[in-house]
Design a protein around this ligand. Structure first.
Ligand SMILES: [Zn+2]
Ligand SMILES: [Zn+2]
Length: 345
């Protein structure tokens, strides 16, 4: 007893019965509620798809009974799918899933593109727009974002680039306004980067290098404990990965042990061995110090690039963008004398 047994002729027989007795009686006879989401469409007539499928089961040759409503789900993956496979048109009232909103990384790349020639950026059909579209599609794959066939196509990418015009005083004063509205993130990226073209260029270059880096087969980012950096998601993932490189972490710890014979948080002085006894011995996290945009995929991390931090301080560093430096966190703790004492938990 399964929907996948249905045949086209069984469905046609159910449709014929539906036409004959009308929707109300049909639904009542088979015990179905009105469809809300999926309708089988024939010409200009629409049928409650789940009820049709259930009734059609009773029309299969042999000893088949109609299926009841509770026997199967009416969703996209079942009824709509089966009817679609039998060659029927199914209309969904669900709004089509929209392509995901632009991430910070994407907006940084788009702004970098725009800033190169705000007066006359390369057109929709230019190879440069095609390359940007291609990079954005690769980025989506790396970050596990999916969209439909239109996802970041050259047309959409061009529109997004031109959207920056509405923030650009050069064009606003000339009475030109940009196309449609974008998200708040778009404005933030404009405000943060439009006045610092060199920084924008290096961040965008670092992102592009990471996108096209061959070794970037990353596990999904762990954004529970880290806030995405100003430089976007992809470079954040790289930062996180550098901090989790076991060999380097061990080398950094060994350096501290050689020099001071202990592992202490550089922000709050906590030593896990002091705090937790033998259980905490040898534990500390590391934070990678170099600005994200100065790093390239494949760059070697030096032991001196890593700071020792306790788990709490590390989370506080990454809690908001812009991330705090270790010194900033240390100062923050010093302004709060009671909280700075590691022996209070
Ligand atoms: Zn700490
Ligand atoms: Zn860190």
């Amino acid at each position: 007893m399964s929907l996948s047994d249905l045949t086209r002729s069984a469905v046609e027989l159910a449709i014929a019965e539906y036409d004959e007795i009308g929707p109300e009686r049909f639904l009542e006879k088979y015990g179905f509620a009105k469809a809300r989401k999926y309708f089988l469409v024939i010409g200009n007539r629409e049928y409650h798809s789940k009820a049709i499928a259930g009734a059609a089961h009773g029309y299969l040759p042999g000893r088949h009974l109609p299926l009841r409503s509770i026997d199967f789900s009416g969703g996209e993956n079942t009824v709509a799918h089966v009817l679609g496979n039998l060659g029927f048109a199914v209309r969904s009232t669900e709004p089509k899933p929209r392509n995901p909103t632009w991430t910070r990384d994407e907006l940084i790349l788009a702004l970098d593109f725009y800033m190169e020639n705000p007066a006359s950026p390369p057109g929709k059909t230019s190879s440069k727009i095609a390359k940007l579209s291609e990079d954005l599609n690769k980025l989506a794959v790396i970050l596990g974002v999916s969209g439909d066939g239109q996802f970041r196509n050259p047309n959409g990418v061009y529109m997004k680039v031109m959207n920056f015009r509405r923030f650009d005083p050069t064009f606003a004063t000339a009475g030109k306004s940009g196309l449609s509205h974008g998200g708040r993130e778009e404005e933030l990226v404009w405000r943060e980067f439009s006045q610092t073209p060199d920084l924008l260029r290096s961040v965008a270059t670092a992102i592009r290098a990471a996108i096209n880096g061959e070794t970037l087969h990353t596990s999904p980012p762990d954004f529970d404990y880290i806030e995405e950096a100003e430089e976007g998601r992809l470079l954040t993932v790289l930062h996180q990965r550098r901090e989790r490189n076991r060999k380097l972490v061990e080398a950094r710890k060994q350096k501290a042990l050689d020099e001071t014979r202990e592992l202490r948080c550089e922000a709050c002085d906590l030593s896990f061995a002091d705090r937790y006894g033998p259980h905490g011995d040898g534990f500390i996290e590391v934070h990678h110090l170099r600005p994200l945009h100065t790093l390239r995929e494949g760059d070697k991390t030096a032991v001196s690039d890593l700071a020792l931090v306790c788990a709490n301080c590390h989370r506080m560093i990454h809690r908001r963008k812009p991330w705090l430096s270790v010194t900033q966190l240390r100062m923050l703790l010093n302004q709060r004398p009671t909280a700075a004492r590691p022996e209070t938990c």
